[in-house]
Each structure stands twice: as structure tokens, then as C-alpha cells.
Design a protein around this ligand. Structure first.
Ligand code: KDG
Ligand code: MG
Length: 402
């Protein structure tokens, strides 16, 4: 089963997506997501210049060997650009293998461990009142788990607060826009938000919050402690994890469950966090961690320490990643939760798929492969539009973590 062609497709049905399409002799095709929010064209060049030409003539059945060839063979290991290119190849090849076997991908992985996948949605508002209402709307839609982010008085364009209620999209301008941050004000506001949410809706639903790398380890520990009475499902990215030891300090001081990993690339980024049981959920997903082949390795390591999965599922992960993640989620024994930010109708039309939302869960499709395709004619109608993520600055102008 030799690889005949490997092509990159860039489309912008409201936001940019990079997709790799591989065709093998005999005509089977598979697709993989290679989107890196705000840095899309770096992955396009990496694939077109360095990866696609080398794939031609390779045996598409040898997924593991091709993964090792692209990872070890490049000499320059890791990094979000490299790993997304590898992920796109890996997912396209798993798609082809599952189609050739006539099976949905989850069956190739070992079969289903569950019938449906619990997801969490994103509720947000300009202030606490609006956010409380937004959470109510998610409960009314059937969600069992909801992430809540609120505007913080005195903070310009707080992270996680959308410009409309349906489709929050942080990459908003050709050059990075400037947003604000103030930890003191956040620590005054976030616990009050969760107090209101529990007073209003009780304790039946799972509530989540994303610190988006803004707090120092001590501040994160303090926030975790303040949030304990409200029993969060998790507090995400409470502090940057480049220094994995930072989580020791947080862990010593709070029982609030911790999640991290949407910016991690490989098992090496989370090895210490998992081995020392400093986290409860690992957030890496298919496109961010080298595809199915490598994410499976991370999940297996995590399972030894009772760390569960919580795959990243923001809108910058294309429906190809969502569909593939749902097959992974169906199989993985130590599943925790799946993030689900709905794509716009335009995006859904470009990427026809067989998964669906029902009663707070996603139902994985039964089509052979990962169940997501691309309508290339429609995709061509939405040309690439430069769009970058914002930066964050403190009130005195200091650049902070966005
Ligand atoms: O591209 C950046 C987004 O994926 C990120 O800001 C979303 O933090 C995020 C989340 O938890 O979904
Ligand atoms: Mg996050």
C-alpha cells in the first residue's frame, strides 16, 4: 500500500485550518489535521517542503515506522510545528488503515470502552451575572459539564470571554491584539463566580475553570484553595508548566483537581507531572501530541498513576481532530472528559463528519476510518486569512502569559 500523493489544504471558513490529504495506490485516501493556531503557514511549509516529498512511495501500513522516521529522523525533535506535521501524517494513515480494514478507528485501537463521551462546553460572559446566565443556557442544552470564564472588572478583554455567546474565537486579528491581566482582581472575582454558580444551580453539574497560565505557583495554590468549597471538576493551566516542578507547590496546598497539557507536544512534557502524581487530567490531544500513535503512549503512562485524559477541543482543533479524538476517547481506558467547543456551521460544512452531540455527550460515528472528510470545493471558497492570538500585558505594560 504505497503512498501516491500527500497534499496540504488550507481553508478559512471563519478561522484557518490546515489539513493533510494522503492517497495510496488503489485510491484510498485519509486526512489529518495540522492546524497550529496563529502559526498555520509554518506547518504548511514544514509539510510541503520537508515531509510530503519523503512520504511518496512509503508503505502506508507502517504507521509506527513512519512516525519514528519523522520524529527521530528529523534530528530536531519536538516543538509544536514538527509535532503537528507528524500528527497530520499519523492521523491520515490511521484513517486509511481503518478504511482498508472496513472498521471505525476505535475498533482498530481495541474497541469501545464506553458508549458515549462526556464533553464540557464553554460558558462565558462579560461579568458574573452574564456568566451565571450562560451556564444556565448550557445546562438547558443538556451539558453535564461546563467551563465557566467571566470578565474581570478592570481587566481589558479578559481571557475566555467571547464577543458573542456561541463561538468564542481568540485569534482575532492579523497581528496580535493586546489584552489585559491583573491577578489581584482575578483572585477577587473567580471564587465569587463559582460561589454564585453553586448557589444558583447546586452541585449536580461538573464545573471547570481555565487559569490559562496566568498565575505564579503560589497564586495558583491560593486560587485552588479558595475554589475548594465549590468542588470543581478541574482547574486548568493554573501556572505555566515548562518547569514541571512548579506543580509540586500547587499540589501541596490544594485538593482542587488539576489539569494541564494543551500546549504540550510529547510524553516528555508531562512525564514528571504524571509520575509524581502532580496532576489529575492530561489535556494533550491528537494534533498537539503527534497523532494517535503518540497520544496513546501518553495515556498509557498516565493510566499507571490514575491520571485521566481530558483532550483539548477548542475551535482551533479542526473537526478532523475532534472526530479522531472521539475514537480515541471511546477506546482509552482512563478517559476523563472531552472538551467540545462547537464549530461554526461553515466549518461543519467544509468538514462533513459522523459524530454528534446528544444529552451532554458526543456519540462517535460508525463509518470506517475516523469519520471526517473534507469538501475540497467548498474549502477552496475560503482562502487563508492571517489571524494571530492576542498577547497579554499587565497594567504597567509588562508582557504576561496570554
Ligand atoms: O489556540 C488557543 C486555544 O486553543 C486556547 O486558548 C483554548 O485554553 C483553551 C482551552 O482550554 O480550550
Ligand atoms: Mg485551556
Amino acid at each position: 500500500m504505497k503512498i501516491k500523493s500527500a497534499r496540504v489544504i488550507v481553508t478559512c471558513p471563519g478561522r484557518n485550518f490546515v489539513t493533510l490529504k494522503i492517497e495510496v495506490e488503489g485510491g484510498l485516501t485519509g486526512i489529518g489535521d495540522a492546524t497550529l493556531n496563529g502559526r498555520e503557514m509554518a506547518v504548511v511549509a514544514y509539510l510541503q517542503e520537508h515531509v510530503c516529498p519523503a512520504l511518496i512511495g512509503m508503505d502506508a501500513r507502517r504507521i509506527e515506522d513512519i512516525w519514528q522516521f519523522l520524529y527521530r529522523g528529523a534530528y530536531w525533535r519536538r516543538g509544536p510545528v514538527t509535532i503537528r506535521a507528524i500528527a497530520a501524517v499519523d492521523v491520515a494513515l490511521w484513517d486509511i488503515k481503518a478504511k482498508a480494514a472496513g472498521m471505525p478507528l476505535y475498533d482498530l485501537l481495541g474497541g469501545k470502552s464506553r458508549d458515549r463521551i462526556m464533553v464540557y462546553g464553554h460558558a462565558n460572559g462579560a461579568d458574573i451575572d452574564e456568566t451565571v446566565d450562560a451556564v444556565g443556557q448550557y445546562i438547558a442544552m443538556g451539558y453535564k459539564a461546563i467551563r465557566a470564564q467571566t470578565g474581570i472588572p478592570g481587566v481589558e478583554k479578559t481571557y475566555g470571554v467571547g464577543r458573542g455567546t456561541m463561538f468564542y474565537e481568540p485569534a482575532d486579528a492579523a497581528l496580535p491584539s493586546v489584552t489585559g491581566w491583573d491577578t489581584r482582581k482575578a483572585l477577587n472575582t473567580i471564587p465569587r463566580l463559582f460561589e454564585r454558580l453553586r448557589d444558583t444551580y447546586g452541585f449536580d453539574h461538573h464545573l471547570l475553570h481555565d487559569g490559562h497560565h496566568r498565575y505564579t505557583p503560589q497564586e495558583a495554590a491560593h486560587l485552588g484553595k479558595l475554589l475548594e468549597p465549590f468542588q470543581l471538576f478541574w482547574l486548568e493551566d493554573c501556572t505555566p508548566a515548562e518547569n514541571q516542578e512548579a506543580f509540586k507547590l500547587v499540589r501541596q496546598h490544594t485538593t482542587t483537581p488539576l489539569a494541564v497539557g494543551e500546549v504540550f507536544n510529547t510524553i516528555w512534557d508531562c512525564k514528571d507531572l504524571i509520575q509524581h502524581q502532580l496532576i489529575d487530567y492530561i489535556r494533550t490531544t491528537i494534533v498537539g501530541a503527534g497523532g494517535v500513535t503518540h497520544l496513546r503512549r501518553i495515556a498509557d503512562l498516565a493510566s499507571l498513576y490514575q491520571v485521566r485524559t481530558g483532550c483539548h477541543g477548542a475551535t482551533d482543533l479542526s473537526p478532523v481532530t475532534m472526530g479522531t479524538a472521539l475514537h480515541f476517547d471511546s477506546w482509552v481506558p482512563n478517559f476523563g472528559i472531552q472538551e467540545y467547543m462547537r464549530h461554526t456551521p461553515e466549518t461543519d460544512a467544509v468538514f462533513p463528519h459522523d459524530y454528534r452531540f446528544e444529552d451532554g455527550h458526543m456519540i462517535v460515528g460508525e463509518t470506517a476510518g475516523h469519520g471526517v472528510t473534507i469538501d475540497e470545493e467548498l474549502a477552496a471558497k475560503y482562502p487563508y486569512t492571517p489571524m494571530q492570538l492576542p498577547v497579554a500585558r499587565l497594567e504597567d505594560g509588562t508582557l504576561w502569559n496570554w
